[in-house]
Design a protein around this ligand. Sequence first.
Ligand SMILES: [Cu+2]
Length: 214
Amino acid sequence: MANERTRQTVPPAPPAPQWSRRQLLIGSAGLAAAGATALFAKQSLVDWVRGLVGSPVSSGRIHLYQFDYYFVPNYMTWRVGDAMEILLHNQSPTHWHEWTVGRHVRTEVFEGFGRLSSDGWGTDFWDGVSVVLSDPYQVDNFVPHDAKVSYVGPQAPYQVAQGGDFSPTLKPGGSIRIAFTVPNKPGVWHYGCFVQEFIHFRTGMRGMINILPA
Ligand SMILES: [Cu+2]
């Protein structure tokens, strides 16, 4: 995310998209959250519902779309050992968005708007994971953190930055391909965009990945 958090102004209320029930669940949680406490209580409910409903296992190529301020899809099921290729697309005409995956969002950062260079997650999913990045288009910056990243094609035309979680940050209309094998890290993981001092995340720009054992 680097310095992108401070570039934009505070966002207006999100538009009313055609939401599926699944998105409505997450979206409602975001809108109803008066603060972090309320939000995390709602998130627990969402997790519980997801546990009951589940979703089919995805492998291979997945298109993951970023909007203001939500992801489509906002729920995925992966399996350990599967080859994945996430094609990340920023569909916003105006806003920068990133994609981070982790566990234990840092509530002290979440609530305290001063420490912008801190990681958003207590545990970064990508730590130690081999990742291949390719086909960058309108990528603002990329933070590899502790992932083992290789870059396919010409020298990446974007800034490889330090600080924070593994995160590609896309300019409006940007995209990038992220290929990897699902590591042996089963369980529930969360993803989110922490751009603009966590406002995107708080507004509903997040999702869940349930990773099944091999
Ligand atoms: Cu965002």
